[in-house]
Design a protein around this ligand. Structure first.
Ligand SMILES: [Zn+2]
Length: 111
């Protein structure tokens, strides 16, 4: 599987869900996802990639966590940044739906 790498400053300055601008001053939320074990994204470690979903048309930006990062230790292979609880809820719903479709993710949690 191949993914497009999105430059950090592009991916980290926008809410994954609504694409509104986020910055350091704002309290952003992180959603973490565990990938299915057969999905190896190690070559994308520390990068933001664009992923496509089965149940949602818009592509999402996901940060692939590095081996020794806190997120990874907490079981998150990928992280999503959202601007608000509202966006977090919607994104979580979509990701949970993806889990039920069994394509990419195993679990999703607030990280
Ligand atoms: Zn948002």
């Amino acid at each position: 599987m191949e993914y497009d790498i999105i430059p950090d400053d592009e991916a980290l300055s926008k809410c994954t869900w609504c694409r509104s601008h986020i910055d350091d001053q704002m309290e952003v939320l992180g959603l973490g996802a565990k990938l299915r074990p057969d999905l190896d994204l190690s070559e994308y470690e520390s990068h933001c990639i664009q992923i496509g979903l089965v149940s949602e048309e818009k592509p999402l930006y996901m940060m692939v966590t590095t081996k020794d990062s806190e997120a990874k230790i907490n079981g998150n292979d990928g992280m999503f940044l959202v601007c608000s609880e509202e966006c977090g809820k919607k994104l979580k719903g979509v990701l949970e739906n993806e889990i039920s479709l069994g394509k990419m993710f195993e679990t999703v949690q607030y990280g």
